[in-house]
Design a protein around this ligand. Sequence first.
Ligand code: DX5
Ligand code: ZN
Length: 222
Amino acid sequence: MSVRINPSILSADFVNLQADLERIATADLVHVDVMDNHFVPNLTFGTQMVGRIQDVSPIPLDVHLMISDADRWAPGYAELGAYSVTFHAEAATDPVALARRLRSIGARAGIAVKPGTSIEPYLELLPEFDQVLVMTVEPGFGGQSFMPETMPKLRALAAEVARTGLDVWLQVDGGISADTIGIAAEAGANTFVAGSAVYGGSDPAANIALLRAAAEASTHGH
Ligand code: DX5
Ligand code: ZN
């Protein structure tokens, strides 16, 4: 079974972003963390910057919106051509209407939940989404420790995906490394975001290959 490795450019060098995008060309998608200093305490960039990343990236964009009022702002990221747009359940007034809007523009629609947010209310809405992101750290910063207590949510999602036969990707984000990726893969994740584990050290392509091999080894049998 194939897995997807999505490096997070939150750990890249923002002044040499084009070069750092080229260094992850063997990955599946580039994970772009949009933060508004409101939904999360940190601040990154908005549509203008993401549009330029879209222009120069060798691989498609997986946009993770950690912003308030997602209903208002998320469609703009789909309109600039992002392959995937994921908003937080906690930040959307009408997640189903927003997902439909994103899909109508041509993006894959994703919904994310923070570690403290239950997945139960969203299980019956799975047909409306292409991806569910289970945050494995509190959103806002790279380099935090993986929270294994989030794994029951992945197991519940994986069971629902298996039951329904839907093609919904299950993504994890936060503290994913060669040591933890197997835990998430075993619980049912198939799409893995990694920032420090990819850009740490001198060889992102080797780190991507290592993460991919570790995830595939633990996915065996799913
Ligand atoms: C955190 C971001 C992550 C972050 C992950 O809020 O959503 O995408 O870049 O960083 P690592 O992999 O270093 O935990
Ligand atoms: Zn992220």
